[in-house]
Design a protein around this ligand. Structure first.
Ligand code: 9L3
Ligand code: MG
Length: 135
């Protein structure tokens, strides 16, 4: 079906910290923090889409690893998946976001507690929290 939308987001972890990006749009999500990414285009694999999205949004090249366990279906026709990504070249900068932030377990916990995460990303945030905590 052409109206099936798949969104892929990147879990970029480095040195015990997770990269989060603050959305600038749409209005209801502006100011909230997410795993960066976007829609898989026709003909792309999720991994290819993530490489393209993180190049467009963060100006870096990444290699894509495993998917996170959480698959989010907020409404019919929309599925969100997250995949691990490692920066292979470049330094992240906020091309399309309001800001970027590297968070440790405490920083991520704070964003979750204060309702500062994009709601659809909460399952991934909790999953990644476990990994940040054991370090
Ligand atoms: N979305 C939710 N969490 C995320 C991402 C990357 C995207 N981590 C949602 C927000 C939009 C839709 O998916 O409704 C498409 O994302 P984008 O192309 O606006 O980034
Ligand atoms: Mg995006």
């Amino acid at each position: 079906m052409t109206d099936e939308v798949l969104v892929v987001a990147g879990a970029v972890l480095d040195g015990g910290r997770l990269l989060l990006a603050q959305r600038d749009r749409p209005a209801e999500l502006a100011g909230l923090w997410e795993l960066p990414g976007g829609k898989v285009e026709p003909g792309e694999s999720p991994a290819q889409a993530l490489v393209r999205e993180l190049c467009e949004e963060l100006d870096v090249s990444v290699s894509v690893g495993d998917s996170l366990a959480g698959v989010v279906r907020p409404k019919p026709g929309l599925t969100l998946v997250a995949m691990r990504a490692t920066i292979v070249s470049g330094t992240v900068r906020a091309v399309e976001h309001r800001a970027l932030r590297w968070v440790d377990a405490d920083g991520l916990s704070e964003l979750i507690q204060t309702g500062s995460m994009v709601p659809n990303d909460l399952a991934w945030a909790r999953e990644l929290m476990g990994e940040l905590q054991v370090r």
